[in-house]
Write a protein that binds this ligand. Structure first.
Ligand code: PAF
Length: 283
């Protein structure tokens, strides 16, 4: 009998039964945590997982605890049937699509907090956000018992947070960062790009251009703060009014200064209308 892929399961128990079967056969397991609305960036994570593991789980769960009351939880793009069709095409083995009650049953009272890394950049603007991410991702890691987990570098701070969380909690999983997928004009793929008006979509590629320019200036010896200030001016001139942050930071610790020879990155968050977009590049 041929298995139909992906097998869609909604309970932790059902996912664990499958994983136990795979592990008994000596197979390695990769997990790709997502909130659905799958785009080319997610599909590249799934392809990396398929290349690196015998079995691949994709989780689809719009996690309420990482949204604040005034954010876009209710309007966040959802489309399970289309997502499952894309996963079938790629050949993912299992889609874990839990209901909120499966993830957060009555009386749920635990949260995971990663200090330091979560207090700057996206964590400063969205103070509740990384607590929700670390809590749900630690659950997904423990529930799936995967050997490797695949995350996009577009959310670089998230990659650092979940890597530190897994290390600190001794969860035996390797976090694998995967390069950002971009549209032809450089805009990083994001589920939130669908919110952009035509006018904002036309402006949006300036985000990537600007952070590349800032990275080049820092490489050429300009002080990071001055390079970032020029970047903000360029963004404003291009029509981006609200720059939440444009920072050059240590790529490991996110500190504003880094020792000679250590990697740094340029990080950005801007608002175009109601849409918040983030991106980053290596210096
Ligand atoms: O990056 C995302 O889509 C989410 O933050 C994640 C990792 C799936 C946790 O809900």
């Amino acid at each position: 009998m041929t298995e139909s892929k992906p097998l869609v399961v909604r309970s932790v128990a059902a996912m664990r039964r499958e994983v136990a079967r795979w592990k008994a056969a000596g197979e390695t397991v990769g997990v790709v945590p997502t909130m659905g609305a799958l785009h080319a960036g997610h599909l590249s994570l799934v392809r990396s997982a398929i290349a690196g593991c015998d079995r691949v789980i994709v989780t689809i769960f719009v996690n309420p605890t990482q949204f604040a009351a005034n954010e876009d939880l209710d309007s966040y793009p959802r489309g399970e049937a289309a997502d499952l069709a894309k996963l079938a095409e790629l050949g993912a083995d299992l889609a874990f699509c839990p209901n909120p009650d499966e993830m957060y049953p009555d009386g749920f009272a635990t949260s995971v907090k990663v200090e330091g890394l979560t207090e700057v950049m996206c964590g400063a603007g969205r103070p509740h956000h990384f607590g929700g991410v670390a809590t749900v991702v630690s659950k997904l890691f423990i529930q799936s018992q995967a050997d490797r987990a695949y995350f996009g570098e577009k959310d670089f701070q998230q990659c650092l947070v979940v890597t530190r969380m897994a290390r600190d909690l001794d969860i035996p999983i390797e976090v694998v960062p995967v390069e950002t997928v971009r549209a032809a004009d450089g805009l990083a793929m994001s589920s939130r790009n669908v919110y952009l008006s035509d006018a904002h979509r036309t402006i949006a590629p300036v985000i990537y251009k600007t952070i590349r320019d800032v990275a080049a200036s820092v490489r050429e010896g300009q002080a990071p703060a001055a390079a970032a200030a020029h970047g903000v001016e360029a963004l404003k001139a291009a029509g981006i009014e609200r720059v939440e942050y444009l920072d050059v930071r240590d790529a490991e610790t996110l500190a504003e200064e880094w020792p000679e020879g250590r990697a740094a990155r340029v990080f950005i968050a801007v608002h175009l209308g109601e849409t918040r977009l983030i991106d980053n590049v290596a210096v």
